[in-house]
Design a protein around this ligand. Structure first.
Ligand code: ZN
Length: 490
């Protein structure tokens, strides 16, 4: 056995154990009895301890030193193993386990506080999570920027300065578009009808299939927050059902199918290796958002959804396909990020980014967070937050310790804008296909140009390879101007 063989055999077991840890998280959100929360925290900490020990194993350094990659794929595997090893050795094992334990139980405390609208019941836990994340950031940053150290976990190579500059370029055009849309016409009324859970879930499964989701290697369950989990041949998705608002379920499913198809679409040769995972959260979000928005909310595809819904739910009081498309794409300032329209969505992210960067850098105290949140929301959206579940208790990220994650949502939208432009050039008859409910040319192009590569290239590289040019925010902003300009007659 060569050093490379030893290394890859060892790594394969680490990847398998990481998948098991991921499945425990999936179970916690879908199946786990409530009374098991504390025990689950210990279980998560225990497996994190095992993973941390493996990622810091001194033999890794020796194997990495000796291994000679035969080709670009092997070199990419070594690059990712080295990166994970170098990051892991900077974080003490006790800290890694404490983070796993605290964030596991914090999610239940956050959910309870949100349900009862009691911010004060969540803040001590949030303060504990932030203290641990700051400790981790100090360990990782080695004198550099604390927020960058965390961001790098989700988007290798990205920096807060780059993100801030990009957001600065995007904001004026987004604000201008929002103001033009809101001044043009009142948003169309929301659906006013009852859509039963069973029928919603049946259509959700058919939508997932229409976007190429493979139910022999996945499953759909209910959870408080829609998410996708796993990689390789076991990639599961979740959704939620609101019987007055079927779009909540349907578009969550399309979004999570985008994430899941990325993982399922990775070259089978990379199974249980570092290349067998999506390369970054930004590229991940590019897949979920292009499935959800550029494809799923396109006038062509919403025409197909409209006909499907008429068949399944009967007349639900919408005049015709054009009115239906306008309802699917209604623009309105709202409190909830995950329900935000495409025009407002990135403005929510910019606010999260500024607040969490201040928290991690120690410039904002947890005790002052609610006031800072509410002030900023009023300034950015012109509406006062009416209750905590509509404000800082709305997102799960703080309880999970996902600091540095938010900017990757907008980066994903930006990448989706670039990919959509390239896709439209590559598939000229796309709208005719989408109008028949056929996404195969679009999803096939994405699998071929993005998904199959997994972790083979750096995040920016894979988008550049797919699009033939360096990614920028321009295609997304042009797409939004064109789409909403047409819908609102601007
Ligand atoms: Zn997503």
């Amino acid at each position: 056995m060569s050093a490379l063989d030893d290394l890859m055999a060892f790594q394969r077991q680490t990847e398998a154990l990481a998948q098991i840890a991921g499945r425990l998280s999936w179970d916690q959100e879908t199946m786990m009895p409530r009374g098991a929360a504390e025990q689950r925290g210990e279980e998560m900490a225990a497996i994190e301890g095992v993973l941390h020990a493996r990622r810091t194993d001194p033999r890794l350094a020796d194997w990495l030193e000796e291994a000679t990659p035969a080709d670009g794929v092997a070199a990419a595997q070594l690059r990712l193993i080295r990166r994970a090893h170098e990051r892991a050795v900077r974080v003490p094992s006790g800290l890694a386990q404490a983070l796993a334990r605290v964030t596991s139980t914090a999610q239940g405390i956050w959910a309870e506080a949100r349900a009862t609208e009691k911010v004060a019941n969540f803040l001590p836990t949030l303060a504990e999570v932030i203290a641990l994340k700051r400790e981790e950031a100090f360990a990782l940053a080695e004198g550099g920027d604390l927020y960058d150290a965390l961001l790098d976990d989700y988007e290798p190579g990205a920096t807060a300065a780059d993100m801030a500059a990009m957001f600065g370029r995007m904001r004026p055009r987004l604000v201008r578009l929002r103001e033009a849309v809101l001044a043009a016409a009142p948003p169309p009324p929301k659906l006013d009808h009852h859509f039963g859970e069973g029928a919603q879930l049946r259509f959700a499964r058919d939508l997932a299939t229409a976007f190429g989701y493979d139910f022999t290697r996945g499953r759909l369950d209910l959870a408080v927050h829609p998410f996708s989990s796993g990689s390789g041949n076991d990639v599961r998705i979740t959704t939620r059902v609101v019987e007055t608002d079927p779009f909540n379920c349907f578009y969550s499913v399309i979004h999570e199918v985008g994430h899941a198809c990325y993982e399922l679409g990775i070259d089978r040769d990379y199974l249980l290796t570092p290349l067998g995972n999506g390369v970054s959260m930004g590229v991940h979000e590019s897949q979920s958002r292009i499935y959800e928005n550029q494809l799923g909310r396109s006038p062509a595809f919403t025409g197909w959804i409209h006909r499907q819904m008429l068949d399944r739910f009967g007349d639900f009081g919408v005049a015709g396909p054009e009115e239906f498309t306008r309802i699917v794409n209604r623009v309105e300032p709202g409190f909830i990020r995950t329900e935000a329209d495409e025009v407002h969505y990135n403005l929510h992210i910019m606010m999260r980014f500024d607040l969490e960067r201040a928290l991690i850098r120690g410039e904002l105290a947890v005790a002052d967070l609610e006031a800072a949140w509410n002030d900023r929301f009023l300034a950015d959206f012109g509406v006062a937050v009416d209750r905590p579940a509509h404000g800082l208790l709305q997102d799960v990220h703080g309880s999970c310790g996902l600091f540095g994650y938010f900017p990757t949502y907008t980066l994903g939208n930006v990448y989706a804008g670039c990919l959509h432009l390239a896709l439209r050039e590559a598939v000229p008859g796309l709208d005719e296909q989408l109008a028949r409910g056929d996404t195969s040319a679009a999803t096939g192009w994405l699998r071929e140009n993005v998904q199959r590569h997994g972790g083979r290239y750096l995040p920016q590289e894979v988008i550049t390879l797919a699009c033939g040019e360096t990614p920028s925010e321009e295609p997304l902003l042009d797409y939004l101007d064109a789409k909403f300009g047409a819908l609102y007659g601007l």
